[in-house]
Design a protein around this ligand. Structure first.
Ligand code: 5GP
Ligand code: MN
Length: 333
């Protein structure tokens, strides 16, 4: 880790610490932030988690979520916390511009920034301290590494920390099935089991949490919103504003949807397009050597990982689908 000894020294006395993660936080963003929050509290620090936007209901069980500040709701409170911080941790994203508009206040701060992240192409110059590895399955995996480094040995973590960190591990590896899964991922799962990880608790609180409307939405999306272009090995699912109203969709309710088209034989790229205010939020998933990170970065102001990335478009749903299809033909067909 970049400058670790200096950071360890800084953390040897109680500090006010702000933890920031990316907008529309997923299991890894939430698990790593709340996992680190609970660890830092157990060490006598005063951490505050700042979330750019709403988090899914199914992460409410994580200890500390009620104390987290939503930036889109309580900007003044969040800015006050940020301005009093001795140290800022940035988790599961790697460039300050990604946390728009929080970056406006972060960029003016004169305190050390710590990066813990596993996404491609980090802006390392923005961070005095960095634990960054694109080989790690999840930021939760790296937070476990960070805690082990701090403790000098594998620690005796409490169940709150174990459940938070396992959540990012199991969600970012797609239940230990995708290419991000490493021997370290399984090793950590085993270590977490030894510390009392309750798999049923995770299953019931993270995965089996659908409201009736959400599962009917999934049915409708697969039946009526899925477009498959076999020739180009690409498939799209659109989520309209009307769907959001009809099915009462909240944060996290489209999570996982983009993975379904990849279960169709021959399909190598899946795109989820979701109307969100006056932009379209894009999620890309791919197989093998196809880099949706490059594609999202080059054309849609986004990024992420080779096989899982996001971005945005300011065109309409149908125009965006046409644009992606044309760009895709140009790049890959
Ligand atoms: P998802 O499609 O699940 O929202 O995101 C897939 C991956 O891409 C995640 O690791 C996420 O952090 C990243 N990602 C999603 N949207 C963006 C974006 O707009 N910019 C960047 N740089 N990364 C994104
Ligand atoms: Mn992640």
């Amino acid at each position: 880790m970049k400058n670790f000894d200096q950071l360890k020294n800084l953390l040897s006395s109680p500090k006010k610490i702000v933890i920031v993660t990316h907008p529309r936080p997923d299991g890894d963003a939430m698990g790593s932030s709340l996992g680190l929050y609970n660890y830092l509290r157990s060490k006598g620090h005063f951490p505050t988690v700042i979330l750019p936007t709403e988090y899914p209901d199914y992460f409410r069980w994580m200890r500390g979520t009620r104390k987290a500040i939503l930036y889109n709701r309580r900007k003044e409170d969040a800015d006050a916390e940020i301005n009093q911080a001795d140290l800022v941790f940035c988790l599961d994203f790697n460039a300050l511009k990604r946390v728009d508009p929080i970056h406006n206040v972060l960029e003016k701060l004169d305190v050390p920034f710590v990066l813990i992240d596993h996404h491609l192409e980090p802006e390392l110059d923005e961070f005095q301290f960095a634990l960054h590895s694109i080989k790690s399955s999840s930021t939760c995996e790296l937070v476990a590494d960070f805690i082990e480094l701090m403790e000098g040995e594998w620690p005796n973590l409490n169940k709150d920390i174990v459940h938070c960190l396992y959540t990012g591990l199991v969600t970012d590896t797609g239940n230990f099935q995708n290419g991000a899964t490493t021997t370290r991922s399984f090793e950590l799962a085993a270590k977490f089991m030894k510390l009392g990880l309750d798999l049923e608790f995770i299953r019931e609180n993270v995965f089996n949490t659908y409201k009736e409307k959400r599962i009917r939405f999934l049915g409708n999306a697969l039946l009526n919103r899925l477009v498959v272009v076999q020739q180009l090995k690409i498939a799209y699912i659109s989520v309209t504003k009307e769907d959001v109203r009809t099915y009462d969709l909240n944060a996290g309710d489209t999570e996982g949807l983009v993975n379904y088209p990849l279960t169709i034989k021959g399909i190598k790229v899946a795109v989820l397009l979701k109307e969100h205010g006056d932009i379209i939020k894009l999620s890309f998933r791919s197989k093998d050597d196809i880099s949706v990170n490059d594609f999202a970065r080059k054309y849609f102001q986004g990024g992420g990982h080779k096989n899982a990335a996001g971005g945005k478009s300011s065109k309409s749903l149908s125009a965006t689908i046409i644009e992606i299809t044309n760009l895709w033909k140009k790049e890959f067909a």
